[in-house]
Design a protein around this ligand. Structure first.
Ligand code: ZN
Length: 243
C-alpha cells in the first residue's frame, strides 16, 4: 500500500463538511462579493442576500413583495419585519439544508436576534448557529483600491492604477478610450461610507463576538489567500465549543 502524501497545504474542509449559516461581513471594497461566490461554489450552498430577496419577491408579486414595493415607492426603507419574513421563507427552501452565505443580513441587532431564534427552531436545517466572518482590509489599502479605480466609458472595463493598471496610463487596453474616475470614488465619499458601515456593523459584530461566533479574516492579500483565511475562520468557529 502506497501512502498518499499530504496534498493539501492547509487544513481545508472536505465536501462532507456542513458549513451552516455563515454571515459574511466587510466594508465596501473588501471583495465580499467575490469571496461569497467562492464559498458558494466550494460548499455548494446558496448565497442569500436581502437585495436579491427583495427583487425576487417583487418580481414574483408575492404578498411581501407587494408590501415592499408599496413602501419603497413611497420613498421609505423596507422595515425589519418584511425583510425578516422574506428571510424566513427563503430559509425554508431545501437548498439551505447544509448552510448558506448571508449577505447584507442581519444588518442590525433586531434582525440578528430574529435570525438566531429562527435558525434554532427545529423546522430549520441545519440546526447550527449563525457564525460571522468579517473580511478586514487596512484603511490605506481600501482607500487605494477605491480612489485608484478607473473606468472605461466605452467597454465598461474597470482598472486600478495600483493593482490592475492599463498598459498606458489613462488609456483603455481594449479600445484606446480615455479612462474616467467615478465621481464618488473619492476619499471624502469613502470616509462617509466607512463611517456608515462601521456604525451599522458594530452592534452586529458585538452580538456575534460576545457569543464566540465571530472571527476576522485578513483581506490584505490575494483572492485565493483571503478565501483560505475565510475557510479557516469558518472551521475554527464550527469547531469551537459552545456553552
Ligand atoms: Zn475600454
Amino acid at each position: 500500500m502506497t501512502q498518499t502524501p499530504e496534498s493539501r497545504p492547509t487544513a481545508l474542509a472536505g465536501t462532507d463538511f456542513v458549513p451552516g449559516p455563515v454571515l459574511l461581513l466587510g466594508a465596501p471594497g473588501v471583495g465580499k462579493g467575490t469571496q461569497a461566490q467562492l464559498l458558494v461554489t466550494k460548499y455548494n450552498i446558496p448565497q442569500i442576500s436581502t437585495g436579491d430577496l427583495l427583487r425576487g419577491n417583487i418580481a414574483r408579486g408575492t404578498e411581501l413583495g407587494l408590501k415592499a414595493k408599496e413602501i419603497m415607492s413611497s420613498g421609505h426603507l423596507v422595515d425589519d419585519e418584511i425583510v425578516n419574513q422574506m428571510v424566513l421563507h427563503r430559509l425554508q427552501e431545501k437548498d439551505t439544508h447544509r448552510g448558506y452565505i448571508l449577505d447584507g443580513y442581519p444588518r442590525n441587532l433586531e434582525q440578528a436576534t430574529f435570525l438566531d431564534h429562527t435558525v434554532a427552531d427545529p423546522i430549520y436545517l441545519p440546526r447550527l448557529p449563525v457564525i460571522a466572518v468579517s473580511i478586514v482590509v487596512s484603511y490605506d489599502k481600501l482607500l487605494a483600491r477605491i480612489t485608484g479605480r478607473r473606468n472605461c466609458p466605452v467597454c465598461k472595463h474597470i482598472y486600478n492604477v495600483c493593482a490592475n493598471p492599463p498598459k498606458v496610463a489613462g488609456v483603455c487596453d481594449l479600445d484606446g478610450a480615455s479612462l474616467t474616475q467615478r465621481g464618488d470614488d473619492t476619499e471624502q465619499v469613502f470616509i462617509e461610507r466607512m463611517k456608515t458601515f462601521q456604525a451599522q456593523t458594530a452592534p452586529v459584530i458585538a452580538h456575534y463576538h460576545d457569543q464566540g461566533r465571530f472571527e476576522e479574516a485578513d483581506g490584505n492579500q490575494g483572492v485565493e489567500a483571503v478565501n483560505v483565511a475565510i475557510e479557516q475562520a469558518i472551521l475554527k468557529l464550527r469547531r469551537a465549543p459552545r456553552g
